[in-house]
Design a protein around this ligand. Structure first.
Ligand code: GLN
Length: 480
């Protein structure tokens, strides 16, 4: 593995930004040299685009000799003995890991404020969150510290922070990138994704990472690229569809729901502008409806918490994690380890997950959610049989503030409606910056057919060529 070439002045640039945004849990500009692995063959043309570039990795993705905290106290001291397949493929292509980024604990959250270890701020306005759960990766790319970073997307955790920080975020088709080395949160929903400074960069990184892996039985061989260069037919959710999807969040908590029953006006403005610009670029826009969208959030939180409660059962303080100073017996040791190690949001989700899986309740919650999930997938398949991609907002708001200026934990969950549906359906979704409104970036996303990421990249690259991505004040383009 080669060392990254850090340009003159980078050290000062990094320190100044990092002091303001706190994106990294660990940064090592002179990383340990990993031996090349002959079993990992990356095609030369794909490798060339990332060779010599530094990148950051969300701290729930394993990199040998770095920490793997998952943003949790429980794993604060844990070091990874091996690297995730996605990381290995990139390092074998000549890219270099320079650090691990902050995140909501175990990927549960939308702000990175649910990290037990550190606070991360948005490079556009440090009083606001960077989004989550891959908020550290998004902030690092947005500030120009690295040209790209890896994240994980279970319900929007790559796309939402990308939108908040004004960068590109890809959630690939389920199975397109190996999950080996990604700490499991909700296995049937999650993917390793990319946050990058440009759509073209995200495309190159994805080209290196994807493909079948013997260590992940859900990974698939990626077919020949589908890039056609043709103009696309893009389905756009009607205003009624958007309102219907958002109003589903109204029931639970009146005040929070009211706030979200509509898109924030800046987000709405940006969405309309994107439509106009895509039409001006020659794409055909047609109105579409996805009536199943209103069920996405409850379905997502039933399935995600059920899987989380099973996946997180491995953290018992015996094999990994904080070990209490004293315990009478193994049960007490496990109780104390989890009691001290897990944060409030993680405990809430484990409880919710064990509740929906309880015998006698499974039919009512978990099994029902699985059926609705199939319905959502069919709804997308129906629409995508007539269009190349579906244009949707990423999140109803721009980057939010903290305290009173923030969103309650309930409102944050209700706001996952436009992102978690692609995870439930297993489809690829690409978020890219659409415009800057009142000083903050806004993103949009296109959702496409399985294994047709290139169609989405073509749309985003053409948009970006006509409307270059804006950068936060103080940004310096080090990476070409
Ligand atoms: N907001 C979602 C959640 O809290 C995002 C999760 C994710 O994609 N890791 O579950």
């Amino acid at each position: 593995m080669s060392r990254p070439v850090f340009p003159d002045g980078f050290d000062h640039y990094f320190r100044a930004w990092e002091a303001k945004i706190g994106a990294f849990l660990e940064f090592s500009p002179e990383p340990p040299v990993c031996p090349l692995d002959p079993s990992v063959a990356v095609p030369e043309d794909a490798a060339a685009a990332v060779r010599g570039l530094p990148f950051a990795v969300k701290d729930n993705i394993a990199v040998a000799d770095f920490g793997l905290t998952c943003g949790s106290k429980l794993l604060e001291k844990f070091r990874s003995p091996y690297s995730a397949t996605a990381v290995k493929r990139l390092t074998c292509a000549g890219a270099v890991v320079v650090g691990k980024t902050n995140m909501d604990e175990f990927g549960m959250g939308s702000s990175t404020d649910d990290s037990a270890l550190k606070t991360t701020n948005n490079p556009w306005d440090v009083s606001r969150v960077s989004g989550g759960s891959s908020g550290g990766s998004a902030a690092a790319v947005s500030a120009g510290i690295v040209p790209f970073a890896l994240g994980s997307d279970t319900g929007g955790s790559v796309r939402q922070p990308a939108s908040f920080c004004g960068v590109v975020g890809l959630k690939p088709t389920y199975g397109a990138v190996s999950r080996f080395g990604l700490t499991a949160y909700a296995s049937s929903l999650e993917t390793v994704g990319v946050l990058a400074d440009t759509a073209e960069r995200a495309r190159s990184v994805f080209a290196v990472m994807r493909g079948k892996d013997q260590f992940d039985q859900t990974s698939v061989a990626y077919p020949e690229a589908k890039s056609s260069g043709k103009k696309a037919v893009i389905g756009v959710l009607t205003p009624e569809s958007l309102a219907e999807a958002l109003s589903a969040g109204k029931g639970g908590e009146a005040a929070a729901g009211e706030k979200l029953a509509l898109l924030e006006s800046e987000v709405e403005k940006s969405f309309l502008l994107t439509k106009e610009r895509l039409a001006a670029l020659g794409h055909t826009l047609v109105d579409v409806k996805l009536p199943s969208l209103k069920y996405a959030v409850p379905t997502y939180y039933t399935i995600a918490t059920a899987e989380a409660s099973a996946n997180l059962a491995r953290f018992d303080g015996i094999r990994y994690g904080v070990r209490p100073g004293y315990a009478e017996n193994p049960e007490e040791l496990i109780d104390k380890s989890r009691g001290e190690g897990f944060g409030a949001e993680v405990k809430l989700r484990i409880l919710l997950g064990t509740f929906v899986l309880r015998s006698g309740f499974q039919d009512q919650y978990y099994n029902r959610a699985q059926k609705i999930r199939t319905g959502i997938r069919r709804d997308f398949d129906r629409v995508l049989s007539g269009v190349d991609a579906i244009l949707m907002p990423v999140f109803p708001t721009r980057a939010f503030g903290r305290g009173e200026a923030g969103l309650s934990p309930f409102a944050q969950k209700a706001a996952d409606v436009f992102t978690c549906c692609a995870n439930l359906a297993g489809l690829p979704a690409l978020a890219f910056p659409s415009s800057v409104e009142n000083g903050l970036p806004v993103g949009v996303q296109v959702v496409g057919r399985a294994l047709e990421e290139d169609v989405l990249f073509d749309i985003a690259c053409a948009y970006e060529a006509a409307h270059p991505i804006a950068r936060p004040a103080g940004y310096k383009a080090f990476w070409g």
